[in-house]
Ligand binder design. Structure first.
Ligand code: FAD
Length: 420
């Protein structure tokens, strides 16, 4: 019997594994997919260009993962784009992202919500006027992936420490997750092992996977996404408490997908397209965010949120190219990009992915996240369980590490006989 079974080898699972390893606690990781990283997945294209299918930035100045990069000797470069091009009403204008946001929100209301003097509101209700409210609703759609009339919590928007910008990891996020895997021990991970049931027995926890294998451990750290939890794709005996279900009912799974297009490097560099060019295209049927020439890579990334994220999942490569042509039509600097495409476009499918069921969690107005939650022998963590860096890699990392610390404490208290 292992001390701990970790369900999921994404950022939270790897962070928990590293912490257990450092404390000499025995563990195994059961991962449903065919690789580690979860939503921090990188694809290396034939040209050697690394593209991140999920997380792409380590945001802000305060990101605890920046220190982890340094510890593992993984290099990164700061995002150079502090301005964004807004395409609206047939016109394009460049705005500084931070001042755009500051000017859009009611400072008095924001301060009162931050201090708790005013109840939380829906993000668009922070807006100073209709135009600002509209912009904040679009922000909720593209960043949080929630479709109006659903809106993110204004309080979480105001307190989230994932500020814009940040760094791009050289070689993609897999450079970090591979370093963590190497420290935790690749031999501890069982891929293609989809857990379907976790039950308490007199001896500890019994973990059952879809292929019929059964594992035993003294404790479980569960990191599968909120989408997996809310879809009740894993059953628990005893069932999870009503309080637990109430707590996660205040969160929804946001939907975000990308179309990633590799172009001839000379097309972007020769055409004077700046590194880390950010665009928000607001005139089409649905808004899109685009990041072009990310970290100097010859790549165009188009993001769609909410319902549109689901729509693009069904696009085949040629359809994705036609779709991108339509979205990027107003952008002068990218005219004729189709002639310079060097590999089939990649369309991510985070909504259809049975092991994520969406992109990341979004906190609804009035709801609050917490850190990891323990129910019986199982401690739940992951990006949905961190207040400071919600819905992101640093949040997943912090909660995975915190879950491991909780479990190490519990194991120290529990008599060893329990495990025999
Ligand atoms: C399009 C997109 C863009 C993003 N951009 C950013 C960004 O720029 N910066 C940032 O910080 N964050 C970003 N994120 C969010 C970030 O990727 C996630 O917050 C983070 O990766 C979540 O890590 P996690 O360990 O909590 O969950 P996951 O990465 O989902 O890991 C959970 C693991 O559990 C596995 N699993 C699920 N069910 C089972 C089961 N039944 N049995 C066994 N294993 C199972 C899954 O396969 C997965 O590997 C983005 C996400 C997406 C999708």
């Amino acid at each position: 019997m292992e001390d701990v079974i970790i369900v999921g080898a994404g950022m939270a699972g790897l962070a928990a594994a590293v912490e257990l390893k450092r404390n000499n606690v025995s563990f195994r990781i059961l991962e449903a997919g065919d690789g580690v990283g979860g939503r921090a997945r990188t694809r290396i294209l034939r040209s050697g260009v690394a593209v991140d299918l999920g997380a792409h930035w380590l945001h802000g100045d305060n990101n605890p993962l920046t220190q982890e990069l340094a510890r593992y000797g993984v290099t990164a470069r700061p995002d150079e784009g502090d301005a964004i091009w807004l395409y609206r009403g047939g016109e394009a204008r460049q705005e500084d992202i931070e001042s755009l946001m500051e000017d859009a929100i009611r400072g008095d209301l924001a301060d009162a919500i931050r201090s708790g003097e005013h109840a939380d509101v829906a993000l668009p209700d922070l807006g100073v006027d209709d135009e600002a409210r509209d912009m904040l609703a679009t922000f909720g759609l593209l960043w949080n992936g929630v479709q109006p009339p659903l809106s993110p919590s204004a309080r979480e928007f105001l307190t989230d420490e994932n500020t814009p910008g940040g760094v791009h990891v050289d070689g993609g996020m897999c450079a970090l997750t591979s370093a963590m895997l190497a420290e935790a021990g690749a031999d501890r991970v069982h891929l293609r092992t989809s857990v379907c049931r976790i039950s308490e027995t007199p001896d500890g926890a019994r973990i059952q996977s879809m292929d019929g294998s059964v594992w035993a451990a003294r404790r479980v750290i569960f990191t599968a996404s909120l989408g997996v939890l809310q879809g009740r794709l894993v059953t628990f005996a005893p069932d999870l408490s009503a309080t637990f279900h109430e707590q996660i009912a205040g969160l929804v799974m946001g939907q975000v997908n990308k179309i990633i297009i590799e172009v001839d490097p000379a097309f972007l560099a020769g055409g004077g397209v700046p590194v880390d060019m950010a665009l928000e295209l607001l005139d089409g049927e649905a808004p899109h965010f685009c990041h072009i020439h990310s970290a100097g890579q010859p790549v165009i990334q188009i993001y769609a949120g909410g319902r549109q994220a689901e729509v693009i999942e069904s696009l085949a490569a040629d359809q994705a190219l036609a779709y991108a042509r339509g979205v990027l039509a107003p952008v002068e600097a990218l005219k004729g990009f189709e002639a310079h495409v060097v590999s089939p476009p990649i369309v991510t499918r985070w909504v259809a992915n049975p092991y994520t069921r969406g992109a990341y969690s979004c906190c609804l107005p009035g709801a609050r996240r917490s850190g990891p939650v323990t129910e019986g022998l199982v401690t739940f963590c992951g990006e949905a369980f961190d207040e400071r860096f919600p819905a992101s890699l640093p949040g997943a990392w912090r909660s995975g590490k915190a879950a491991a610390e909780i479990v190490i404490g519990e194991l120290a208290k529990a008599p060893v006989a329990e495990a025999v």
